[in-house]
Design a binder for this molecule. Structure first.
Ligand code: C2E
Ligand code: CA
Ligand code: CA
Length: 774
C-alpha cells in the first residue's frame, strides 16, 4: 500500500516536471471543469497569479474571444488579451493520474507552424516521418473552409515493396523518411501527410496555377531521384504522382482520394516516375462513358463504315490485297479513327459485335465485286482476341460467308501475335480451325510485343505482318536493320508470306525488297480508303488488268492476237524451231548498224512499268550490241547480251549527260538457250534482270523515260546487229515479281521436250525445294 502511494506520488511529480518543460500552456480539468493541474506556461501566457487548483475554470474567465473553430469540438483559434492562441481540447479518460476529464492545450499562434502544431497536439502524427498520418489528413480536411478549392497530390513510391523485401524494413523506413524530407523541402509550410505504407498526400493552396502545381510535382520527382542515397536502392525507386487540380472541398475526402489514386495508378501504368493529372483523365472517362452510351445506336444507325487499305507487291507495284479498317462516321464530330473507340470496345466486349459487322460488310463487297477484275483479291479483317474465348467463332464466320456465297480463301483473318503463344493451346486450336475452314491467317503486329522469335517456330499461320514500329526503328539504325533482315529471312525459311506494315518511303521499299520482303502496306502506296476510292485504286493496280503481248514467231511477225506487227529491216528472215517443241524462233543474221533488225510498233509498250521476256540463243558476242532496244525522245534503254568481257547489261540512258543506269550481270553463254527477263517498276524505280527465272541483276533509282520513239529487236542505232535466235518474246505493261518470272520460265522447263543441260541443274534444285514443301 505504501509502495503504491509512493509510486503514485512520484508519477505525478514526473508528470508535473514534464508539463512544466513543455512550450504549451496546459490546464487539466475534471468533468465538472474543476482544475486538477496547470503548468507554468499557462500561468505565464495569461499572466495569472492566483492558484487555480481545485477551482472551477472557464475560458470566459480569460476574457477570450473565439476566432475560428479549427476542428469541431476539439481545436479553436482564440484571442486572449490581444494575443492569438490555438487551443486544443484533449479528452483524458482512464488514466491513473486524475479522474476523467480533459486538458486544454494553448499554443501561441504562429502562422507557419499552426498546421503542424494542431496535429502534434492532437497526436495525429506519423511516428516515422513526423508528418500527419491518415487520421491527421482527415482532420485537416475537416478543418478546411469548404467553400474553397484546393489541389491534391497523391504520391506513391515505385518499387517500395521490393526495397522492403530485399533490404529489410529498416531500409524501407529510412527511405520513407528520405522521401518525406524531400517532399517537405520542396514545399515548406504546406500540408503533407503519409496516409499509409509508401503513400503521401499533399494539399496545395487553390491559388496556385496549374504550372506551379506541376512544377512542384516535377521538383519532387527530381529531388528524390537526385538525392544522395545508396545507389542500388535509388536506381530501383522512383515516385508516381496523381494530381487533382482545383478540387472543390464540399465533398467527401474519400472521393477526392479515389481520383488522386486512379491518376497515380495511371502514372504507374504509364511507366512510373511521372505525374498524371486526373482532370484530363476525367475528360477521358466522360468521353468513354459517352462512347459506350452511343455505340449500340451507332451500329444500328450505320455510323460504322469499312475503309480498305491496299496491300501491294512492292516489286511490281501491283495490288496484292487489302485490309479492312473500321471508322466511325460520327454524326456530329466527323470521322473517328479506331484508336479512339476500339480499346474501349475491347474492354466492354462490344468489339465482338463490331468485328462481325466489319466481316459481314467485307463479304457483302466480295459478293458485289464478283465480276470485277480485282474481285478475288484477298481482303483481310482484324479479329479481336476476345473472339477466341467465345464458342462458335469460326462457325459464325462461316455462316456469314455462306450467306454471301463468298469463298473463304479470299478472306484473311488478322490476329495479334499474342494469340499464337505456345502456351495457349486452346487459341491455337481455333487458329487451326480457321485454317481448316479455308481462311488465310496472318499474325498482326508481328514483332511488337512478345518474344516473337520463339513464336516463329510452329506458328500455324500463313502470313506475318511485320509491325510498323519495327520498320520505323530500322530507319537509320544498323542494328535494327539487321534484326529486320533476319526476321524476314527466318519468315522465308519457315515458308511464311511476309508483309511489311507502315511502309512510308521509297527508301523503305528498297530496303525491304532488298531483304526479300515483297509485300508492303502503308502510306507510300495509299491510306485506308473509302470503298468507292478503293475501287478506283484497285482497278488501276490490279494485275488481272495487265496487258501481255506475245510474239511466237510462227512464220510471221504478228503478235498472237494479230494486233501488232513487226517489220523486218533486211533481206530475208529465217523462222525455225524454238526452245521447246511447238515453239518457233526467228534467226537474226547480224550485220552492220541498224541492219537486219525487227522494228516493233511503239504501242506494244504502253505504260511506264514493263516486263520484257524472251528466250535467246546468241551466236556471236559483239560487244555492246543490243538485243532489244527502246529509243526515247531523250535517252534509251537497251538489253545488251555482251556488254564487255563476261558481262551482260540492261542499260538505261536518260537525257542527263551522266545519266547512265546499268544493271549488270554475267554474260550469256554463246549457243545456249537462256530465258531472259527485264522488269522495270516505275513506282519503285527498280530494274531487275532475270536469267533462267532467277534474279541476276538489280538497280535502284532508275528514272522513268517517256515519249517512246522506236523499238527494235536484234539491234540498235549505234552498233552492229545481233546474231542469234529469239523465241517467245513477251512484253507486258507491269513489272512482274520473281515468282511470276519463275513460273513463266517453269512452263518451259517442265515441258518434256526441254532438255537443256545447265538449266536442268537449276531446275532440279527448284524441284527439290518444291518437293520438300509438299
Ligand atoms: P492495325 O491492324 O495494325 O492496322 C494498321 C493501322 O496502321 C491502321 O490504323 C492504318 O491506318 C495505319 N497505317 C497504315 N499504313 C500506315 C503508314 O504508312 N504509317 C502509319 N503511321 N500508319 C499506317 P487505323 O485504321 O487507325 O487502325 C488502328 C488499329 O485499330 C488497327 O491496327 C487495328 O488493330 C485496329 N482496328 C481497326 N479496325 C478494326 C476492326 O475492324 N476490328 C478490330 N478488332 N480492330 C480494328
Ligand atoms: Ca491489322
Ligand atoms: Ca498491324
Amino acid at each position: 500500500m505504501n509502495n503504491e502511494k509512493l509510486l503514485l506520488k512520484s508519477e505525478t511529480e514526473i508528470f508535473n516536471d514534464l508539463i512544466n518543460t513543455l512550450p504549451f500552456g496546459i490546464v487539466i480539468m475534471d468533468q465538472s471543469n474543476v482544475v486538477i493541474n496547470v503548468n507554468h506556461k499557462f500561468m505565464e501566457y495569461f499572466q495569472l497569479e492566483e492558484d487555480l487548483l481545485g477551482k472551477p475554470f472557464r475560458l470566459q474567465d480569460l476574457e477570450c474571444e473565439i476566432l475560428e473553430e479549427l476542428i469541431k469540438d476539439r481545436a479553436i483559434l482564440v484571442s486572449i488579451r490581444s494575443k492569438i492562441y490555438s487551443m486544443n481540447k484533449i479528452p483524458l479518460t482512464q488514466n491513473n493520474l486524475f479522474p476523467d476529464g480533459y486538458a486544454l492545450v494553448f499554443q501561441l499562434y504562429d502562422k507557419h507552424n499552426v498546421v503542424l502544431d494542431k496535429f502534434q497536439q492532437i497526436a495525429n502524427v506519423d511516428y516515422l516521418t513526423k508528418l500527419a498520418n491518415r487520421g491527421g489528413l482527415y482532420q485537416y480536411f475537416d478543418s478546411l473552409d469548404k467553400s474553397q478549392t484546393m489541389h491534391f497530390l497523391f504520391l506513391d513510391i515505385d518499387n517500395f515493396k521490393i526495397v522492403n523485401d530485399v533490404y529489410g524494413h529498416t531500409s524501407g523506413d529510412e527511405l520513407l523518411v528520405m522521401v518525406a524530407t524531400k517532399i517537405t523541402n520542396c514545399i515548406p509550410g504546406t500540408f503533407v501527410s503519409r496516409i499509409g505504407g509508401d503513400e503521401f498526400v499533399i494539399i496545395l493552396s487553390g491559388t496556385l496555377r496549374e504550372e506551379e502545381v506541376t512544377n512542384i510535382a516535377r521538383n519532387i520527382l527530381a529531388e528524390v531521384s537526385n538525392s544522395e542515397y545508396p545507389n542500388d536502392i535509388l536506381y530501383m525507386i522512383s515516385i508516381s504522382i496523381g494530381i487533382v487540380l482545383n478540387q472543390k472541398l464540399d465533398c467527401n475526402l474519400d472521393d477526392i482520394l479515389y481520383k488522386c489514386d486512379s491518376a497515380m495508378y495511371r502514372a504507374k501504368k504509364n511507366g512510373k516516375n511521372q505525374f498524371i493529372i486526373f482532370n484530363t483523365m476525367e475528360d477521358e472517362v466522360m468521353e468513354q462513358k459517352r462512347i459506350e452510351e452511343e455505340m449500340h445506336h451507332a451500329l444500328a444507325n450505320g455510323e460504322f463504315v469499312v475503309y480498305l487499305q491496299p496491300k501491294m507487291n512492292m516489286l511490281t507495284s501491283k495490288l496484292y490485297g487489302a485490309e479492312a479498317l473500321v471508322r466511325w462516321e460520327h454524326p456530329t464530330e466527323g470521322l473517328w479513327l479506331p484508336g479512339k473507340f476500339i480499346p474501349i470496345f475491347e474492354n466492354n466486349g462490344f468489339i465482338v459485335e463490331l468485328d462481325m459487322f466489319v466481316f459481314e460488310e467485307v463479304c457483302k463487297l466480295k459478293k458485289l465485286w464478283k465480276n470485277e477484275v480485282f474481285g478475288h483479291t484477298v481482303i483481310s479483317v482484324n479479329m479481336s482476341r476476345l473472339h477466341f474465348y467465345r464458342e462458335n467463332f469460326v462457325e459464325r464466320l462461316l455462316s456469314i460467308t455462306n450467306k454471301y456465297e463468298v469463298n473463304t480463301n479470299e478472306i484473311e483473318i488478322e490476329i495479334t501475335e499474342g494469340i499464337f503463344l505456345n502456351n495457349n493451346k486452346e487459341n491455337l486450336t481455333v487458329v487451326k480451325k480457321l485454317k481448316d475452314a479455308g481462311f488465310f491467317v496472318s499474325v498482326d503486329d508481328f514483332g511488337s510485343g512478345y518474344s516473337s522469335l520463339n513464336l516463329l517456330k510452329d506458328i500455324p499461320a500463313d502470313i506475318l505482318k511485320i509491325d510498323r514500329e519495327f520498320l520505323q526503328l530500322s530507319e537509320d539504325d544498323v542494328r535494327s536493320k539487321t534484326v529486320i533482315k533476319n526476321v524476314i529471312a527466318m519468315g522465308k525459311d519457315l515458308k511464311l508470306e511476309l508483309i511489311a506494315e507502315g511502309v512510308e518511303t521509297l527508301d523503305q521499299v528498297l530496303f525491304l525488297t532488298s531483304c526479300g520482303c515483297e509485300l508492303g502496306q502503308g502510306f507510300y502506296y495509299s491510306k485506308p480508303l473509302p470503298v468507292d476510292q478503293f475501287v478506283e485504286y484497285a482497278k488501276k493496280y490490279t494485275p488481272l488488268n495487265e496487258k501481255c503481248i506475245k510474239f511466237s514467231f510462227h512464220n510471221n511477225l504478228w503478235d498472237d492476237n494479230q494486233e501488232f506487227k513487226g517489220v523486218y529491216n533486211g533481206d530475208h528472215l529465217t523462222f525455225c524451231e524454238g526452245v521447246i517443241a511447238g515453239t518457233s524462233a526467228i534467226y537474226l543474221t547480224g550485220g552492220g548498224v541498224h541492219q537486219n533488225v525487227v522494228k516493233l510498233p511503239t504501242s506494244v509498250l504502253c505504260s511506264d512499268s514493263y516486263t520484257i521476256s524472251m528466250w535467246v540463243k546468241a551466236c556471236k558476242s559483239n560487244y555492246w550490241t543490243s538485243l532489244f532496244f527502246l529509243e526515247y525522245e531523250y535517252g534509251f534503254a537497251s538489253l545488251v547480251p555482251c556488254s564487255w568481257e563476261g558481262t551482260s547489261t540492261y542499260r538505261v540512258k536518260d537525257r542527263d549527260i551522266n545519266g547512265w543506269y546499268d544493271t549488270t550481270c554475267c554474260s550469256l553463254m554463246l549457243n545456249e538457250w537462256i530465258h531472259l527477263a527485264i522488269t522495270y517498276d516505275a513506282k519503285s524505280e527498280i530494274v531487275r534482270y532475270y536469267g533462267n527465272g532467277k534474279q541476276i541483276g538489280y538497280l535502284e533509282h532508275v528514272p522513268t523515260l517517256r515519249v517512246l520513239k522506236q523499238i527494235f529487236l536484234g539491234g540498235d542505232i549505234f552498233q552492229n546487229s545481233f546474231q542469234g535466235y529469239v523465241c517467245d518474246l513477251m512484253i507486258s505493261d507491269t513489272a512482274k515479281s520473281e515468282k511470276e518470272i519463275w513460273s513463266i520460265f517453269e512452263q518451259y522447263i517442265s515441258h518434256p521436250s526441254y532438255k537443256h543441260l545447265w538449266v536442268t541443274t537449276e531446275k532440279n534444285e527448284k524441284e527439290d525445294e518444291l518437293k520438300q514443301e509438299n
